[in-house]
Write a protein that binds this ligand. Sequence first.
Ligand code: C2E
Ligand code: MG
Ligand code: MG
Ligand code: MG
Length: 281
Amino acid sequence: RSKDAGGGTFHTYEPQLHVAAEERRVLEMALRQALTNGEMHLNYQPVVSAGTGGLMGFEALLRWSHPQLGNVSPAKFIPLAEDARMIAPIGEWVLRTACEEAARWANPVRVAVNVSPEQLHNPNFVTVVASALSNSGLPADRLELEVTESVFMKEGTCAVQVLEKILDLGVRLSLDDFGTGYSSLGYLSRTRFSSIKIDRSFVTQASKGVREAIAIIRAVVALAQSLDMATTAEGVETEAEHRMVQDLGCTKVQGYYFGRPLPVDEARALANRRYDDAAAA
Ligand code: C2E
Ligand code: MG
Ligand code: MG
Ligand code: MG
């Protein structure tokens, strides 16, 4: 934007900026009411073993459908909720709901919940996690929290200590969207992650034969193996991509090829069906 905004062309951008600001204002006002109006729900996307194809768990993904605005993408409203300091109550609702719903699945598959940096900069978040577990009855080892590298960028916060206390509860951590942030590998040795999620952009690039992307996936897999962590390839859309990430050594896969994010009833049916299969075998 900056390269076009110079000199005399600047004024032509004003109307657009105004529209964007107006849209933000409308979305933000609507977002403030979204939870109390019952407009939010969770979808669950299967995460499967790269080797066996067996169901390992689901990632809970937040959905917002507003009566007038329609379905708003989390890629849009999550950053807005973070900026407008609304992410803590929304994130708490996601966590409690995901734990309650996952506690009803017969098969002990995991549920992964995305957590925004802002939530981890608050020391009370540990209590929120503990109470989401005890209220739902979900065993701690069936909950996984997904955090992004940006958590470690802010100086002088309690985020690392909060993560330590969450680990002490028996909850797992995974590092989401790996490679898209300002990677500094130091924190990988300081915080105990169970898995690294390789961002979809690398999977897509690698499947097009981009050598750098393939090299990065290889390096991340090697790093994860030596640190005893799993690797999840995100955004696997085709059989060819599945084969590629499998060959590169990724241990788990997630993507439209294995399943889209599902409504809770379908996720429960899937979890329970796999359980029935296992019981019958
Ligand atoms: P994420 O955590 O990296 O989640 C994966 C995103 O990739 C999801 O988008 C999912 O629907 C999408 N995806 C999965 N497989 C495929 C595929 O094969 N192809 C393509 N094209 N996309 C695929 P979604 O649901 O739109 O969420 C976007 C982002 O919003 C998430 O990225 C996450 O960062 C954030 N988000 C979603 N729910 C929550 C939440 O409850 N709390 C927080 N803090 N962030 C959330
Ligand atoms: Mg995620
Ligand atoms: Mg991700
Ligand atoms: Mg991603």
